[in-house]
Structure formats: structure tokens, C-alpha cells
Design a protein around this ligand. Structure first.
Ligand code: KG4
Ligand code: ZN
Length: 305
């Protein structure tokens, strides 16, 4: 509901900033610069934040810094000590993006691989929807998967060249698998199971289905990350974004790190999903690099990064 989201932003932005300043024990005139999210996102909400930040910067005579949401997810790894050493690779996995980012410094970042269709978070959420689970389904698949056997059902791993990802084939394969009550992943003229048979199959096998879906999504992500590490020779590895809260991904990454002698860095849970601290830390590094915006800057729903 984009319109309701922007209205909620208008109602909350002044009280939220006031509470943040009070809790930080900081006066307005002590602020060094104002950072805000420029892109990507719901345009109405972004405009509220951008307009507020510009007005505040103008009235306080402070520099303004425009932040890209995906750079901020990556730099969430720099909020707490110990920080990862540069250069590092970051697997950024959220509801809208799946990227492998090569980071030479906080402000020199390059996307070296990304999804050509659905994002990893979407793959979790859409699979959950097929299973009749509510949105967002990622955390629920994670929860049920913990009691299941991930080797029980086999979903195909797509063969995409280079470091790019694809998740739409896995989603389609899950759709056919469920509508054939587990007998096949292939669509033949019509689905072989009735709605009742499908629902019963899901009910009786939910944990194993969730574990198998999660295992496949995680293996797609980590196989590309392994390839990126081999191609670049970089063994400092970070993850970011909402899906990096997934316990299967975190555990498999730790195991892979031991096997390939990687230095792994995983942000605390509260810095994985969307948060304001990641915008602030990005503002800090852009401030050090003199990367300021002027008052003509505008929000954008999907600006390139
Ligand atoms: O980064 P984020 O909070 O928001 C975006 O910028 O998109 O990511 C949200 C995504 C959703 O797709 C949600 O299902 C997924 O992160 N997610 C998870 C888990 N926690 C959040 N997916 C799998 N396992 C989790 N534990
Ligand atoms: Zn996000």
C-alpha cells in the first residue's frame, strides 16, 4: 500500500528524528551531516525522507549525503568491530536484490554478479506462498526447515553463466512438484493431484519440503559465491540483506568458510534486515570521502548503483 506507507512516513518522520536525537544525547547543531536514502524503494516514502533531509540540511546549514540502499546493506558489515578487511566480497540477499559485490573500500564497490529474474528473498516468499504460508514467508521456511530433511526432495540448480543468479526455474519446479503432490517436478498437460491431495501432501511433509527448498536456494547462492572467490582470489567474505538472517545460509557459509579458509563476516541480526544504522554508517564513509549531494538531488524508485 504505497500511499499508506508515505502517509505513515509523514506522520512519523519528525517524532522519530526527535527521539533518535534524544536517545543519542545529541543536539541538532552537533550533527555533522544529514544522510538519507535516495534509492531504490517506494517513491512516495523516499520523497518524504529526501524532502525532510534537504529541508533540515538547508535550515541547519549542514552538508547533505544521498545514500543508495544496496550500498548501505553492504556497509552494515562495518557497523560493529571486528570489521572485515578490504578487499572483500559481499553476498547481498534481500527481498528485491541478489548481488555479489566486490568492495575495495567503503566507497569503491562494484556489482560483479546479480539475479536475472527473482531475488533470493522473493524465491523464499513465493515458495512460502505456494505452501499457503503468510508473507513474508522467508522466516517461516527457515523455522520449519530446522525440523526437516533437506536431502529428501530435489529441486534443480539452474545453469546460469558467470556470476549471475536465477531463481524463477526453482519456483516453477516447486509449483509443479506441489501440484503433482510430490510425484514429479514436470508439467504434463495438467497437474496430476487434486487440490485436496496437494494440501494433504504439504501438511504431511511441510518440514522436509521447507528444508529442501531452503537447501537449494542456499546452494545456488553459495556456489556462485565460491566461484566469485576463486575468480577474484578474495577470501574475505561478508553477507548482508534480510535473507542473510537465514540460519541455513549462515550455517552453510560457516562450513564453506572452514573448507576454503575464508575469513567470514556476518552482521548481527538487527543489521541484516532493513535498518537506519546502515544508512548512517554509509553517510559516515561518504562524508570522509567528500561525497556530498546538493539541494537539486531527488529520490528515485530504481536508480542504478
Ligand atoms: O533486506 P530486507 O529486510 O528488505 C529488502 O530490502 O527487501 O529483506 C527482506 C527479505 C524478505 O524476502 C524476507 O522473507 C527475507 O528477507 N528474510 C528471510 C529471513 N528473514 C528475512 N528469508 C529467509 N530466512 C530468513 N530467516
Ligand atoms: Zn533492504
Amino acid at each position: 500500500m504505497p500511499e499508506l506507507a508515505s502517509r505513515a512516513h509523514i506522520q512519523n518522520i519528525v517524532p522519530v528524528v526527535e527521539i533518535a536525537l534524544r536517545e543519542a544525547g545529541c543536539e541538532k547543531n552537533e550533527i555533522d551531516a544529514i544522510a538519507f536514502t535516495q534509492s531504490p524503494g517506494l517513491i512516495g516514502s523516499l520523497l518524504v525522507g529526501a524532502q525532510f533531509a534537504k529541508s533540515l540540511a538547508l535550515s541547519l546549514n549542514k552538508p547533505l549525503i544521498a545514500v543508495h540502499h544496496m550500498q548501505a546493506h553492504v556497509l552494515a558489515n562495518l557497523i560493529e568491530d571486528p570489521k572485515p578487511a578490504f578487499p572483500f566480497l559481499c553476498l547481498t540477499v534481500s527481498g528485491g536484490h541478489t548481488q555479489i559485490v566486490l568492495c575495495e573500500s567503503p566507497v569503491q564497490l562494484k556489482v560483479i554478479g546479480e539475479t536475472i529474474d527473482d531475488a533470493a528473498g522473493e524465491a523464499f516468499d513465493k515458495s512460502a506462498k505456494l505452501l499457503g504460508l503468510p508473507y513474508p514467508g522467508g522466516p517461516l521456511i527457515d523455522k520449519y526447515a530446522q525440523q526437516g530433511n533437506g536431502n529428501r526432495f530435489n529441486f534443480p540448480e539452474p545453469q546460469i553463466p558467470g556470476l549471475n543468479f536465477s531463481f524463477s526455474g526453482v519456483k516453477t519446479s516447486i509449483l509443479y512438484f506441489l501440484n503433482n503432490a510430490g510425484k514429479s517436478n514436470i508439467y504434463k498437460q495438467e497437474f496430476t493431484a487434486t487440490e485436496k491431495e496437494r494440501d494433504l501432501f504439504i501438511q504431511e511433509n511441510l518440514a522436509d519440503i521447507c528444508a529442501s527448498i531452503q537447501q537449494r536456494i542456499v546452494s545456488i547462492l553459495l556456489n556462485k559465491l565460491k566461484k566469485a572467490s576463486i575468480e577474484t582470489g578474495i577470501k574475505n567474505i561478508c553477507i548482508a540483506g534480510g535473507v542473510s538472517a537465514n540460519s541455513g545460509l549462515r550455517n552453510a557459509l560457516i562450513e564453506m568458510g572452514k573448507k576454503y579458509h575464508w575469513q567470514i563476516h556476518i552482521p548481527a541480526f538487527q543489521y541484516c534486515t532493513d535498518n537506519a544504522a546502515m544508512i548512517a554508517i554509509t553517510g559516515y564513509y561518504k562524508y570522509l570521502a567528500n561525497q556530498f549531494a546538493d539541494l537539486s538531488v531527488t529520490a528515485s524508485a530504481r536508480a542504478e548503483w
